[in-house]
Design a protein around this ligand. Structure first.
Ligand code: PMP
Length: 355
């Protein structure tokens, strides 16, 4: 058959989602809590009033302002919206401009940084974390000196490890980087620290967030904050009307009911501590501290434990094959208290079976 697509596209694997019907779904860091029925009805009424015949306009600016207030964005900054932060990763990669246009990130990390670079024909350099999933500061600085990256991605907390990086290491990276440094704060609702203050101090730093982990993964709203002049330039790359009127209205509604989401995030943080302690108490399991809504657990036979959990209708993510540092690791999203109890029972049973 005649080839009509780029060979590198044909060779690549797309972003895959595991089938999950009927399962306890703890594989993709979603917030497990639905909105209470009264709020769902109120949201339905709001969405019914949205003018679907019009392109998104003023309400989008209201959403940008509401997100800036919600995030406590510093003065002198602006905010750009994406159809999820995945779109922003792709747009930022388009804007890269330091000779060579290399994209650099610690590994293991979020797969879309490398995938966007590859799709746009840019070189990607991954710098391994240390064995306990800390940033390897000297190795990062050496890679920055060698490759002069146009963009350094720092997920903070990191996916899939849940780590928050050492402050001095981040500052040294920002000082050394010749291009942009993007702090990807997708998991900020569950973390003890954030990077907003770095926007005040460093003109080439951007902070990216999303409403996905907060409770709106299906709504697809990501946002990027940075110095106004920089964000205005980046905004030129955004496809017009990239956020739908329905998504915009749902996001505005969520921000009006932020207390509900903050209660949910607090429950998830408390459950993370409970699940951590329960996993850590199981002989033969190593669990790593996390500031995100997921935990990494290392076992002797991850494929067998994954399969045993799946047979018990609990879906986690087997990340063992993604990077040598992740050998033996399963990534487990924190669910509702009931789901976590079910997950722990399935984990222990599957582990025993695998031994
Ligand atoms: N950044 C990180 C670190 C992530 O883990 C994810 C999704 N898992 C994203 C960005 C993308 O989030 P979204 O496109 O839903 O905003």
């Amino acid at each position: 058959m005649k080839r009509v697509l780029r060979a590198d596209v044909q060779d690549m694997h797309g972003y895959a989602v595991q089938p999950s019907a009927g399962m306890v779904k703890v594989d993709t860091m979603e917030n497990p809590f639905p909105l209470p029925p009264a709020l769902r009805r109120a949201l339905g009424e709001r969405l019914a009033e949205v003018a679907l015949n019009r392109y998104p306009a003023e309400r989008i600016d209201e959403l940008r302002a509401a997100l800036a207030r919600h995030a406590r964005m510093p003065e002198g900054c602006d905010l750009m919206l994406g159809n999820g932060s995945d779109e922003l990763i792709s747009l930022l990669t388009l804007a890269a401009d330091v000779p060579g246009n290399t994209i650099l990130a610690p590994l293991p990390g979020f797969v879309m940084y490398a995938m966007s670079a590859k799709l746009q024909g840019l070189p990607f350099v991954g710098v391994p974390l240390t064995a306990d999933f800390e940033l390897d500061g000297p190795a990062m600085l050496a890679a920055i000196r060698e490759h002069r990256p146009a963009i350094v991605w720092l997920a903070y907390p990191n996916n899939p490890t849940g780590s928050l990086w050492d402050d001095a290491a981040i500052e040294a990276i920002i000082e050394a980087a010749p291009g942009l440094v993007v702090m990807d704060e997708a998991y900020q609702p569950f973390a003890a620290r954030d990077s907003l203050d770095r926007l005040r101090r460093h003109p080439h730093v951007l902070v990216m967030r999303t409403m996905s982990k907060f409770g709106l993964a299906g709504v697809r709203i990501g946002y990027l904050m940075g110095r106004t002049a920089l964000v205005r330039e980046l905004d030129k790359l955004r496809p017009p009307f990239n956020v739908s009127v329905l998504n915009c209205e749902a996001a505005l509604f969520a921000l009006e009911h932020v207390d509900e989401y903050e209660r949910q995030a607090a429950t998830i943080r408390a459950e993370r501590a409970r699940v951590f302690a329960a996993l850590a108490a199981v002989p033969g399991v190593k669990v790593f501290p996390s500031e995100a809504n997921m935990l990494l657990a290392r076992v002797a036979d991850p494929a067998a434990v994954f399969a045993g959990m799946k047979a018990r209708k609990v879906l986690v993510k087997n990340v063992a094959g993604l990077h040598p540092l992740l050998a033996g690791c399963l990534r487990i999203t924190i669910g509702t208290p009931e789901e976590n109890t079910q997950m722990l029972a399935a984990f222990e049973a599957a582990l025993k079976e695998s031994q």
